[in-house]
Design a protein around this ligand. Structure first.
Ligand code: ADE
Length: 262
């Protein structure tokens, strides 16, 4: 070997071995929402070092509360959410996922700007349309098996709940089932059906699809929703008035959670 190649060879060996020593990949906490306003406070508070556009979504990579995070907005509804979370989990090393955003409240004792932590999620719009109307269910059409419920991670649920309590105080934080569907609900009649059929606490448009993908990838998930409306006839106006505040409030709870997460 010619002598002048020796320094180059030594440098290359050092570079390769030091990459290996740090075992290459950084692990991140994935934070995902449906809409821009649901991550705007997080992006303002974060130290974003890099942005990657993959499959139509921008992934903001950096630190928040000194924790490595990737923050992204998937778009509204189950299809967008499935695509966004799948790309996130396929493209980066993600340890856990926090979904943050707003929802419609379903219970009489809930108020706009209260918080619902999802313990499990279900697709409320999955089923059959027959001459008798909509019948919820899924699986094999011949057998009419029930649709699937997806559980959130118990430890993350507990942390989300205690973080929400410390930000909000008691009486304003609930935990329970969240119903997901591809509709913005603005109907008292449908609210009644959602509480009767599923004993649900909130309705939104992404949770179940994110939970399904997280389950497939074996990633722990928490879903945090602040109520922007009560999913009734006033829901559109209420969303317009309270949507941004509700979105920021969920973000504040996510930041509180990050203080206790690795
Ligand atoms: N997100 C916020 N409010 C909602 C509602 N009423 N229905 C579905 N998703 C929502």
């Amino acid at each position: 070997m010619k002598k002048r190649f020796l320094p180059f060879l030594l440098f290359s060996l050092f570079a390769v071995s030091s990459c290996g020593a740090s075992s290459g990949k950084q692990t991140y906490i994935g934070i995902i929402s449906a809409m821009d306003n649901e991550i705007q406070l997080l992006l303002k508070e974060a130290n974003i070092k890099e942005e990657k556009d993959i499959a139509g979504i921008t992934y903001h990579i950096g630190t928040l509360k000194d924790k490595p995070v990737i923050i992204s907005r998937s778009g509204i509804g189950k299809v967008n959410a499935s695509s966004g979370i799948t790309t996130l989990l396929n493209s980066f090393d993600i340890s856990k996922v926090l979904f943050t955003g707003v929802a419609g409240g379903l219970r009489d004792n809930e108020e706009v700007l209260d918080v619902v932590v999802g313990t499990e999620v279900v697709e409320h719009d999955y089923g059959f349309i027959t001459n008798d109307g909509f019948e919820w269910g899924g699986g094999d059409p011949g057998k009419k098996e029930p649709g699937e419920y997806y559980e959130c991670d118990k430890d993350l649920v507990d942390l989300a709940y205690s973080s929400a309590l410390s930000v909000m105080g008691e009486d304003h934080v609930f935990k329970g089932l969240i119903a997901t569907g591809d509709q913005f609900i603005a109907s008292s009649e449908y609210v009644e059906w959602l509480t009767k059929e599923f004993d649900a606490y909130a309705c939104e448009m992404e949770g179940a699809s994110v939970a399904k993908v997280c389950k497939n990838y074996n990633k722990p998930l928490a879903i945090l929703r602040t109520l922007s409306d009560k999913a009734d006839g006033n829901a559109h106006d209420s969303y317009a008035d309270f949507g941004d505040r509700a979105a920021d409030q969920s973000s504040k709870i996510v930041m509180k959670m990050l203080e206790s997460l690795n």
